[in-house]
Design a protein around this ligand. Structure first.
Ligand SMILES: NC(=O)c1ccc[n+]([C@@H]2O[C@H](COP(=O)([O-])OP(=O)(O)OC[C@H]3O[C@@H](n4cnc5c(N)ncnc54)[C@H](O)[C@@H]3O)[C@@H](O)[C@H]2O)c1
Ligand SMILES: [Zn+2]
Ligand SMILES: [Zn+2]
Length: 330
């Protein structure tokens, strides 16, 4: 724990159907910070040196056997989880729930704070030059927000409550607006993040250090993006009858108490989300169309030698939102 080393390792050789990608930008995620500081997340325990980083973009530099060599030179966003493709979950379209998924930076699978990674060619998605390398990396967290909004069934005209204005909440706000939500109300305790939420399309913000979420808010949809158990409870209470609550945030507690009677009386639908499936092309299209601003989330850029600073930026600076590492720079 709290032991980070920059090591020389052989460049990976792309296997059958894989592309070798020169990594250009990698976002720092809360899970990277957690593995670095605590050495585990739930049942995933770091037992041997682990390369962190799963929000990555880069340029294709080589193709393995059977992979499309014409893609060399292409700029790509990397979807960091490769499902087995054979199990029932995979075959029924729920590949994000594959029990055998190999996900970057989840022990024992190495991630992308590296100069090169090899990736199955179907999980490296072309990005247009209108998106820079950092934006292409942040297609990963954008996918989390897009999936949550799809699961919530946002179709247009809704009043949406987003609890938590971290990177995930800030993309969720924008996706909700892009999909047509009429109102997006955002809560947090961090005033700067709430200011950013307002800049990015929130129609109103609630600073929880001064006020609470009104129980009669009558929201159609809750996107819980803080991981705070109280935010889930207060958010469900703020839903109108027949509303939908989506638990995106993962808190330290495995179990949480929910207002069951209210869920029952108001026929509220409650679901969680686990990563995302089939989001990348749509997320790239939304960002490329200018409907989602990803660049304004980036508050720090670091070269590979300063990856440790990138991992600790969030704990030391309350105005930090998203740090990115540029592994080609030393
Ligand atoms: N479901 C998934 O697949 C998935 C994927 C990625 C991240 N996550 C989870 O989403 C959550 C958000 O990720 P992030 O990177 O934005 O994290 P973050 O920690 O940067 O942001 C969380 C925000 O919530 C705020 N907050 C804390 N308590 C609150 C409360 N009671 N009400 C409202 N806001 C509150 C914090 O001030 C912070 O700004 C995390 O729990 C993360 O683990 C889930
Ligand atoms: Zn992440
Ligand atoms: Zn599978």
């Amino acid at each position: 724990m709290n032991d980070l080393r920059i090591e020389a390792r052989p460049t990976p050789r792309p296997g059958p159907g894989e592309l070798l990608v020169e990594v250009r930008s990698v976002g720092v995620c809360g899970s990277d910070v957690h593995y670095y500081q605590h050495g585990r997340i739930g049942r995933y325990v770091v037992e041997q040196p682990l390369v962190l980083g799963h929000e990555a973009s880069g340029v294709v530099v080589a193709a393995g056997p059977g992979a499309d060599a014409s893609r060399v030179g292409e700029r790509v966003a990397i979807e960091p989880g490769i499902p087995c493709g054979r199990c029932t979950r995979c075959r029924t379209g729920h590949y994000n729930l594959c029990p055998d998924v190999r996900f970057f930076a989840t022990p024992p699978i190495d991630g992308a704070f590296a100069r090169y990674v090899a990736i199955n060619q179907d999980f490296a998605y072309p990005v247009p030059d209108t998106l820079d390398d950092d934006e292409a990396a942040l297609i990963e967290p954008l996918s989390v927000g897009l999936w949550a909004s799809w699961r919530a069934g946002i179709r247009g005209g809704e009043r949406v409550l987003v609890t938590g204005a971290g990177p995930i909440g800030l993309v969720a706000v924008q996706v909700a607006r892009a999909l047509g939500a009429a109102e997006v109300i955002v809560t947090d305790l961090n005033r700067r993040r709430l200011g950013l939420a307002a800049d990015l399309g929130a129609t109103s913000v609630i600073d929880l250090t001064r006020e609470s979420v009104p129980a009669d808010l009558g929201a159609d949809i809750l996107l819980e993006c803080s991981g705070a158990p109280q935010a889930l409870v207060d958010g469900i209470r703020a839903l109108a009858a027949a509303g939908t609550a989506v638990a995106v945030g993962m808190g330290p507690a495995a179990d949480a108490v929910v207002p069951l009677q209210l869920i029952q009386n108001r026929e509220i639908v409650l679901t969680g989300t686990f990563r995302y499936a089939n989001t990348y092309p749509k997320a790239i299209a939304l960002a490329a169309a200018g409907r989602i601003q990803l660049r304004s989330l980036v508050t720090g850029r670091y070269d590979l030698d300063h990856t440790e600073e990138a991992l600790t930026a969030g704990s030391s600076d309350p105005s930090a939102v998203k740090a990115v590492v540029h592994p080609q720079q030393r």
